[in-house]
Ligand binder design. Structure first.
Ligand code: LLP
Length: 463
């Protein structure tokens, strides 16, 4: 392959090395609404704004790196999901994507429920006033203490993930004189088309109880016998960042089949099914996610059809979107520190964060886009790799993307669609200080999770 000889690094699509990219976009200054939060635009100076506030002012006030979350967009997405599913279904926001007390309050106000998967998430939810009955508690190895806290608080459901847990939860509930509402999480044997680490319904993995071999039917048999449990339904989550509805279709069919078997064996029609989360979002302009109303319609049609053919009353459906709600609502703002053109390859752009604030690229080979946001530029596109400041060559934030070739230290660049699984999976690698999350709404910006300080690091290090 011929290589570009330009001193600023490779620029033209016909001379670029192989990588995860297509041709440079027609307009590098365009902030594609597909990947950017709803209120993001550019002001008359060409500086990107969110909620009416320019990113240069945000960087000045809150520093970089930082996550900026468009509260208007977050609330609109909550409403879109709630409206799409209507009053005969329940939407549980998956807190693992990103949870803070402000988020819990927004969820509460917008009428959503909450899925938590650890004692920490449960505490956050309860401390911000989420009514316990609107909380679902997940996890493949909940501790006895976590179970006790959840049962005592009166969570709306605990999703059981193993035979041991069926007994454990029943025992704890009984010892507290309670009957706990539970669902059983089953693995339906679907190969979801996503990264291996975020696919969860094939059989060879840690979550759930397999439908295959009658395991799930046995779990139902045991749960129905225990006084401490009220079995309300079956749960299935097939994986994450999924665009294709086919996997949900198979999953719904198999879950309904189990409901029919339960009815035949026990004369009980379980009233609920939960089809989990996992709906994909656009990380780049090439991704085409579905809208909540399309998803709601497809899921309810599948369940209704399958129940009709099995002669079952249609159960109440619930879903657990995390990424699809919070993912698109935030971006990470970084300041460029160094720009290093590697002749014939690409230009390495080092920013002041990295794998400590976004591990997804290193962990899942995730794709992201990136834009220069502190100004516009008419310079030619330059194939770039946005890297962090960590001591590791895999410390990549955006593997391959085009930035203008006049990019310079001091410029602000932003990576959109980082609302989900970035702050929640952030680490202190190299003793990095985890960035703040700043919520922006109608001209006001406020910190909802503050930046870590060196004192925070030293406080845990007890010498
Ligand atoms: N429900 C259950 C039971 C789950 O396990 C998950 C995600 C969700 C709902 C929400 O899935 P979502 O709608 O957000 O895709 N760290 C990975 C994703 C792990 C997802 C784990 N469970 C990532 O960054 O892609």
């Amino acid at each position: 392959m011929s290589r570009s000889a330009h001193p600023a690094g490779p620029r033209h699509a016909d001379v670029l090395p192989e990588g995860h990219y297509s041709a440079p976009p027609a307009d590098l200054n365009h902030l594609d609404p597909k990947v950017w939060a709803r209120t993001v635009t550019r002001d008359e100076r060409g500086v990107a704004t969110v909620g009416g506030i320019a990113v240069d002012a945000l960087a000045e006030e809150f520093g970089t790196p930082a996550y900026f979350l468009d509260e208007t967009d977050f609330r609109a997405r909550c409403r879109a999901w709630a409206e799409a599913f209507g009053k005969d279904a329940d939407v549980f926001y998956a807190g693992k994507a990103f949870l803070s007390r402000a988020v819990v309050r927004w969820l509460k106000e917008e009428g959503l429920n909450l899925d938590v998967c650890s004692g920490g998430e449960l505490t956050t939810a309860l401390s911000a006033g989420m009514p316990a009955e609107r909380i679902a508690f997940h996890g493949n190895n909940k501790s006895e203490e976590e179970i006790r806290t959840a049962v005592e608080a009166g969570v709306g459901r605990i999703v059981l993930d193993s035979f041991q847990e069926i007994v454990r939860v029943a025992h704890i509930a009984q010892s507290l004189g309670k009957r706990q509402r539970v669902q059983i999480r089953v693995t339906v044997g679907v190969e979801a088309h996503t990264h291996e680490f975020i696919a969860t319904a094939h059989e060879d993995q840690k979550f759930g109880i397999a439908l295959a071999g009658g395991q799930a039917a046995e779990a139902v048999r045991r749960a129905l016998k225990l006084d401490g449990l009220e079995l309300i339904g079956i749960h299935s989550h097939i994986g994450s960042q999924i665009f294709d509805m086919a996997g949900f279709e198979v999953s719904a069919r198999r879950v309904v089949q189990l409901l029919a078997e339960v009815r035949d064996e026990h004369g009980v029609e379980l009233p609920e099914i939960d089809l989990g989360g996992g709906l994909g979002i656009a990380y780049t302009s090439e991704d085409d996610p579905r809208e909540p109303h399309e998803i709601a319609k497809a899921l309810s049609e599948i369940v209704t059809r399958e129940c009709e053919s099995a002669g079952l009353r249609t159960p109440r459906i619930s879903v657990e979107p995390g990424r699809a709600i919070v993912g698109p609502t935030a971006f990470t703002l970084y300041r460029v520190g160094t720009v290093k053109p590697l002749e014939g390859l690409r230009t390495y752009v080092s920013v002041d964060g990295g794998m400590s604030d976004n591990i997804r690229t290193a962990l899942y080979d995730a794709e992201y886009s990136v834009s220069l946001v502190s100004r516009t530029s008419e310079a030619e596109p330059m194939l770039s790799r946005v890297v962090g400041k960590h001591c590791e060559s895999g410390d990549i934030v955006v593997r391959d993307a085009f930035l203008p070739s006049d990019l310079a230290p001091g410029d602000l660049i932003a990576v959109p669609a980082t609302g989900a699984y970035c702050r929640s999976m952030a680490s202190n690698y190299n003793h990095a200080l985890r960035p703040p999350v700043v919520a922006v709404r109608e001209g006001e910006a406020r910190v909802i999770v503050r930046r870590e300080t060196e004192e925070d690091l030293l406080r845990l290090d007890v010498g």
